[in-house]
Design a binder for this molecule. Structure first.
Ligand code: 4AD
Ligand code: MG
Length: 431
């Protein structure tokens, strides 16, 4: 009896007869031998069918296989140093499950729109598979880092009565007789959780109805949001750089083959080691002026500005102390200079832009009430948030890492659309 296994585990079955459920990726033939390139989601293997060694039925079945046909293949696993995986299978039997006709994605080049329309099939390609494996590894490493550093996982709600990051890009929905919005960030709730549990983090989907059609923006994206009681801005930066270092190291250790599939320049990732450089918003503005940008103090950075700043470093860089006026209402002003806030954006190298936004939070109830007024936020809706400052307020800080931008950077992709299984974008809701 053949042992049922998967391609990733064939190394445990050298010399044995195994059966593997798989799809035909590609095929070539040289008269009396057919070479089947098979995939099963866990990896790729070449299965060799020799005319003289199999029944006529098996030979003909192999011959009839088309791209993406599904089959159970039975055979003996051999070590094969010339193959990329190190193993090959000598086929003894073959059972076709389903013969595919006219698979739309062929080895020729397809346009992006065509591929996005066929995203449900495109996911099967080796490059897309590699991205999904790395995405999963990043999520695993994120959870490992926070679990090992004394954080508790907390899930903030998805349906909310308020905005966390500004009111212009909220997704509205009816909530029975009330109005509700899909969450833009779990932060405000994570602040409540930090006052209950000390150090917390969340991992979940967030939604922004942003009319931006850029390579960095998704409508639905996933965020990791740690929040820490008794932690100031500087302490938060140290956690952030150690966190990102850990994630990159984990991918380098556990996803070599996938990085190779993506032809990622590994040396660029090997440079990523805490501490990361820090510059203030003022220094960034000054530098941009030397580079011919005429951006005035007080204006937010766009992608070209971020890229110009990031190009000076081979690691992520923190830009700190932005003007209060261009940042969220909850950020704590710098006590020495109240027109700027204790915040930082982490800008990834190689032009990938902002991957983390974070800050120390206002802990003074009066100042928070002033901010509500300045930002036209209704005191009733935010009463609970004010309570956090009224009952045992403490210095606290937190940040949000955008998963998809991090995947794009680590994988070396030029657009976030490939970093998530089914991207939601400005003009795309299908499939
Ligand atoms: O800088 P943002 O807006 O920060 C917050 O939401 C804070 N409340 C986080 C916190 O302190 N808990 O978003 C954080 C990160 C960005 O740095 C970026 O990586 C990602 O989320 N992000 C997006 N990713 C993809 N598509 C979009 N439209 C994104 N908007 C933000
Ligand atoms: Mg931001």
């Amino acid at each position: 009896m053949a042992i049922k296994t998967v391609i990733r585990q064939v190394n445990e079955h050298v010399g044995e007869t195994v059966v593997i459920g798989s799809w035909l990726n590609n095929k070539r033939s040289s008269g009396k031998i057919q070479f089947l390139q098979l995939r099963d989601g866990t990896g790729y293997i070449q299965a060799v069918v020799v005319k003289n060694e199999v029944s006529e039925e098996t030979w003909n079945a192999a011959k009839s296989l088309t791209q993406e046909s599904s089959l159970y293949v039975t055979g003996v696993i051999r070590e094969e140093p010339r193959s990329k995986s190190g193993y090959e299978m000598t086929v003894t039997g073959l059972e076709i499950i389903h013969l595919t006709e006219d698979y739309p994605i062929t080895p020729k080049e397809h346009g992006v729109d065509f591929l996005m329309d066929h995203r449900h099939l495109w996911l099967r390609s080796s490059k897309q598979r590699a991205i999904m494996v790395i995405r999963a590894e990043i999520i695993r490493a994120v959870q490992q880092f926070f679990d090992q550093n004394g954080f508790t996982l907390v899930d903030p709600p998805i349906l909310t009565p308020t905005s966390a990051e500004g009111t212009t890009n909220l997704f509205h929905t009816k909530y029975f007789d009330e109005d509700a919005y899909l969450t833009q960030s779990g932060q405000l709730y994570m602040e409540a959780a930090a006052m209950a549990l000390g150090k917390v983090y969340s991992f979940g989907p967030t939604f922004r109805a942003e009319k931006s059609k850029t390579r960095r923006h998704l409508i639905e994206f996933w965020m990791i949001e740690p929040e820490m009681a008794f932690t100031d801005h500087e302490e938060s930066l140290v956690i952030q750089e150690n966190f990102v270092t850990h994630v990159v190291r984990s991918v380098l250790t556990n996803c070599r083959a996938e990085l190779e599939t993506l032809e990622r320049d590994i040396s660029k990732l090997e440079n990523i080691q805490a501490p990361f450089p820090r510059i203030t918003y003022d220094e960034a503005i000054e530098y941009l002026h030397t580079q011919g940008f005429d951006i005035p103090w007080g204006e937010d950075f766009g992608a070209p500005h971020e890229t110009a700043i990031a190009e000076r470093y081979d690691k992520p860089v923190f830009i700190t102390h932005y003007p209060a006026a261009i940042k969220a209402f909850y950020m704590k002003p710098d006590p020495n200079r109240p027109e700027v806030v204790l915040c930082a954006d982490m800008i990834a190298p190689e032009g990938y832009g902002e991957i983390i936004g974070g800050s120390q939070r206002i802990d003074d109830p009066e100042l928070m009430e002033d901010r509500f007024r300045e930002h036209n936020l209704s005191p009733e809706t935010y009463q609970w948030y004010l309570d956090l400052r009224k009952y045992g307020s403490v210095p606290h800080s937190g940040f949000g890492l955008g998963l998809e931008r991090t995947v794009a950077w680590i994988c070396g992709l030029d657009h976030v659309r490939e970093t998530i299984p089914f991207p939601r974008m400005l003009y795309r809701l299908y499939p």
